[in-house]
Ligand binder design. Structure first.
Ligand SMILES: [Zn+2]
Length: 256
C-alpha cells in the first residue's frame, strides 16, 4: 500500500470528521446540517475559518472559544481524530478500491451515529435508513460474494436484534434493545455478510457486557441503567470488516 494514499485518506478523514461533529450536534436538535456556518454554542459567535482546522485549532485554542472563552468539548477533536484514524486504517487495509470507498462511507455514518447514541440514546432514522440503502445497494452491485451472502447477513443481524427487542421485556422486564439498533444492523449485516455479522454481534455483545459490568461496578450506569448499544455494534462491524478474516483464521486454527 502506498503511504501517500493512506496520508491522503487521513487528511480527508479529519475534514469529514469536522462535518460529522456538525451532524452529531445538529441532527438530534432538528437543525439543518448544511446551514448556517458553525457557531459557538455558548456565545453564538461565528467560528472563523482559521479556527476550523481539525484537531489543531482545538489544541491551539486550548479547548476554548476565541470570543467568549467558553469551554469547547474534547469530543469535537476526538471525533475528528477518530475519523482521520479510521479513514487511514481503511485505506491501509483495502488500498485504492471500491471496497475502501464503501468502507469510508460506512465509517463516517458509524461515527456520527455513535456520537449521537452516546449522548442521546437514539439512532436517528435519518442516518440508519440511508446507511442501509447505500450498503445493500453497493453490496448487490459490487459483491465480491453472491447477493444472498450480504442479504443473509442483514437478515441474520437484524433478526437477532429484533428477537432480543421482543424477548427482553418478557425475560428481563425491561427494554434491552432499541429498534434503532435493529435498523442499524440491517446496514452492518449487509456490509459484512454472514460470517462477518456473526463476528460483529459476538464482539459487540462481549464488549458491551464487559463495559456494562465495569460501569456497574463503578456505579456509573446512571438512572436509566442502560448503555447505548450502537457504538458497540459499530465497533464490532469495523473490527469484522478490517480484521474479520484474520480473526476467523486464528479462531478456527485453535481447533483444526
Ligand atoms: Zn463563544
Amino acid at each position: 500500500m502506498r503511504p501517500s494514499v493512506v496520508i491522503y485518506a487521513i487528511c480527508m478523514g479529519l475534514i469529514i470528521g469536522s462535518f460529522l461533529n456538525v451532524v452529531a450536534y445538529r441532527l438530534p436538535r432538528g437543525e439543518s446540517v448544511l446551514f448556517p456556518r458553525s457557531r459557538c454554542p455558548r456565545c453564538g459567535a461565528r467560528i472563523r475559518p482559521r479556527d476550523l482546522i481539525p484537531v489543531v485549532s482545538w489544541v491551539w485554542l486550548r479547548g476554548r472559544c476565541r470570543d467568549c472563552g467558553g469551554a469547547i468539548s474534547w469530543r469535537y477533536p476526538l471525533v475528528e481524530a477518530m475519523t482521520g484514524g479510521l479513514w487511514g486504517l481503511a485505506a491501509w487495509r483495502y488500498g485504492w478500491s471500491w471496497e475502501t470507498a464503501l468502507g469510508l462511507v460506512v465509517v463516517s455514518f458509524l461515527i456520527a451515529l455513535s456520537a449521537i447514541d452516546l449522548q442521546w440514546q437514539i439512532l436517528p432514522d435519518e442516518l440508519t435508513y440511508p446507511l442501509a440503502i447505500v450498503v445493500v445497494g453497493a453490496r448487490l452491485w459490487m459483491g465480491p460474494e453472491p447477493w444472498w451472502w450480504y442479504l443473509g447477513g442483514a437478515a441474520l443481524g437484524a433478526g437477532m436484534l429484533l428477537t432480543l427487542y421482543w424477548l427482553s421485556p418478557l425475560l428481563f422486564g425491561k427494554e434491552g434493545m432499541g429498534l434503532g439498533d435493529v435498523k442499524l444492523m440491517v446496514g452492518l449485516g449487509a456490509f459484512n455478510g454472514l460470517t462477518g455479522t456473526v463476528l460483529t454481534l459476538f464482539a459487540a455483545s462481549l464488549a458491551g457486557l464487559v463495559v456494562g459490568l465495569v460501569l456497574q461496578r463503578m456505579d456509573r450506569l446512571g438512572e436509566q441503567h442502560r448503555i447505548p448499544f450502537g457504538p458497540f455494534l459499530a465497533g464490532g462491524a469495523l473490527l469484522s470488516w478490517l480484521y474479520g478474516d484474520a480473526l476467523m483464521q486464528a479462531y478456527f486454527g485453535l481447533f483444526l
